[in-house]
Write a protein that binds this ligand. Structure first.
Ligand SMILES: NC(=O)c1ccc[n+]([C@@H]2O[C@H](COP(=O)([O-])OP(=O)(O)OC[C@H]3O[C@@H](n4cnc5c(N)ncnc54)[C@H](O)[C@@H]3O)[C@@H](O)[C@H]2O)c1
Length: 234
């Protein structure tokens, strides 16, 4: 399949690992200029919890690449644990990175948006269905749905679209660690998904690239679950 050549830079947070890394690679393959931001380093190092650091790197990205045609918020983490005893620090960390970090990155990018810019927030099935021992993660990702809806309504009149992608369990370092720690079990995950397999990084990248592209030019304020039917099944 030929590359879809596009203009403008796509900025991916959480680009050093997992979904962000694959989205970065696939967007580049489609002809986008791509700039990655990650706390763990890479091209632009910043913590999404730090609005000043984000403003600094977005200014650098603007200087080097020009305006921002797309923003993919993939920086995220989880701290599973029973709600009754979940440490305050774990709650705060998950909400700060997954929800507030997504907002701060949107805010830092706003002044640099190109015409018709598209934002894609990486949400999760945890936004749609309750997952035990994931209160902070579920609350943060459901918050991402609310944030996506609010920004779509606020920025739509300016021509900017804001959507989210909600993947099911995907074989990334985040999930591999949870399997290794005994928090997740591969068999129960696949059994819960009507299509009978885990999500792949490319399943997610395909949805993200669609939402970034002009093919999704009338799609705004949606959360697209890439989950093999998990969120639809009772
Ligand atoms: N893997 C899954 O099954 C799955 C399913 C649904 C949603 N998600 C979501 O997808 C996103 C990516 O997850 P992943 O599986 O690729 O995880 P990952 O751990 O492989 O990658 C996450 C990346 O985010 C970066 N990051 C973490 N905290 C950061 C911060 N404060 N500032 C900047 N960067 C930070 C990490 O350094 C890492 O490179 C997350 O938002 C996650 O919640 C993952």
């Amino acid at each position: 399949m030929g590359a879809v050549v596009t203009s403008g830079v796509v900025v991916v947070t959480g680009s050093a690992s997992g979904l962000g890394a694959r989205i970065r690679e696939r967007a580049s393959g489609d002809g986008w200029a791509v700039a990655g931001i990650d706390v763990a380093g890479g091209e632009y190092q910043a913590d999404v919890r730090d609005p000043a650091a984000l403003r600094r790197v977005f200014a650098e990205i603007r200087e080097r690449y020009g305006r921002v045609a797309g923003l993919v918020n993939s920086a995220g983490l989880t701290r599973p644990g029973p709600s009754a005893t979940l440490p305050e620090a774990d709650w705060r960390m998950v909400v700060d990175v997954d929800l507030s970090g997504t907002f701060f990155a949107c805010q830092a990018a706003f002044g640099h948006f190109a015409e018709c810019a598209s934002v894609v927030n990486i949400s999760s099935i945890a936004a749609a269905r309750g997952l035990p021992a994931r209160a902070a993660y579920s609350a943060a990702k459901a918050g991402v749905t609310g944030l996506t809806n609010a920004l779509a309504a606020e920025w739509g009149p300016l021509g900017f679209r804001v959507n989210a992608v909600g993947p099911a369990w995907t074989n990334t370092p985040l999930v591999r660690k949870m399997v290794a720690d005994g928090v997740l079990d591969e068999r129960s995950m696949t059994d819960a998904i009507p299509l009978g397999r885990l999500c792949t990084e490319d399943d997610v990248a395909d949805a993200v690239l669609f939402l970034l592209s002009a093919r999704a030019s009338f799609v705004n304020g949606q959360t697209l679950y890439v989950d093999g039917g998990y969120s639809a099944a009772g």
